[in-house]
Design a protein around this ligand. Structure first.
Ligand code: AMP
Length: 290
């Protein structure tokens, strides 16, 4: 496994493999890797010839006062994880390699970028769309592997790929969870042991919403939200629920008529403690109620 720091070098490597008929996959990450990341790497390596993992903590997707400076970083640890998972290359550019002085171009995906996470983190998805475009132009992968954990990010990236005719296929992989149900995340390292135990309630309340919709045939989103907020308050009072939204999984519009809705339902949430902010989601298919 080799580490590449320059954009031109990774472009040359990708060109070389592609012109010899090899399939190139990219798993983009911000490092501090866990089993969620390795599950993407294993699938990507299994379905392609060459696996490139990018590790880059992208400053432009962090807002003021967010955790860019304290975001966990440990390249030596990540190196071993990538090697074990079968990566061929790590693309690990410095910030000044990715962002040259005074950049004037950026990528804006309007509409869906302003909902859910975008409402709380304005500008976040412009940063994501821009850095993913730059990574795609550097690595030129046949396939891009993303985790379901970041549902809205996936929708933004897929829309960008379609709208801008980018020649890459996005593959979405399931969310890896701790035994408790807590979604794995680099940010879980911020949690105290007690918070980590209690954070499992977040997955529980996602499933509780699904149960209410599918089993109880509850069509009142407000009632569902009230019920799950009550559970969170009781079981994990240190978590503040920032949103708990029931939407479709393409435009991220709130489903106002749950009874008549047929298709994939996305329930997503964000919750905050003093130490960190976590997001999670589930997707399930719903038929129109008889
Ligand atoms: P990050 O390093 O957090 O920016 O994540 C890089 C990629 O890994 C994104 O596509 C994430 O959705 C994915 N990812 C993060 N956590 C998980 C998880 N628990 N299970 C599966 N994929 C994940």
């Amino acid at each position: 496994m080799k580490v590449i720091k320059e954009i031109s070098a990774v472009q040359d490597i990708s060109d070389y493999y592609k012109c010899t008929g090899k399939k190139v996959a990219l798993v983009p990450t911000m490092g501090y890797l866990h089993q969620g990341h390795t599950s993407l790497m294993i699938k990507a390596k299994d379905e392609n010839d060459i696996l490139i993992v990018s590790i880059f903590v992208n400053p432009t997707q962090f807002g003021k006062g967010e955790d860019f400076d304290k975001y966990p970083r440990d390249f030596a640890r990540d190196y071993h994880i990538c090697e074990k998972a079968g990566a061929d290359y790590i693309f690990n550019p410095e910030t000044d390699e990715m962002y040259k002085e005074n950049p004037a171009a950026s990528v804006v995906i309007s509409g869906i970028s302003d909902k859910l996470e975008g409402r709380i983190r304005p500008g976040h998805f412009n940063g994501v769309a821009t850095v993913v475009t730059k990574l795609l132009n550097a690595v030129k992968p046949d396939k891009l592997y993303l985790g379901q954990k970041d549902a809205q990010q996936n929708i933004v990236i897929k829309k960008m790929i379609t709208d801008l005719n980018i020649d890459t296929k996005a593959v979405i992989c399931e969310t890896m969870r701790e035994e408790s149900g807590l979604a794995m995340s680099s940010r879980n390292t911020y949690l105290t042991n007690d918070e980590k135990k209690k954070a499992a309630v977040l997955y529980f309340i996602l499933n509780e919403g699904k149960r209410m919709i599918l089993k109880d045939k509850n069509t009142n989103a407000e009632e569902i939200r009230k019920h799950v907020s009550g559970i969170l308050k009781e079981k994990a009072p240190e978590f503040e629920l920032q949103y708990y939204e029931i939407t479709d999984n393409t435009e991220l519009n709130e489903i106002t008529d749950l009874k008549d809705f047929e298709g994939d339902v996305l329930i997503s949430l964000a919750a905050k403690t003093i130490s960190t902010r976590l997001i999670d989601n589930i997707i399930f298919y719903k038929k129109k109620d008889e």
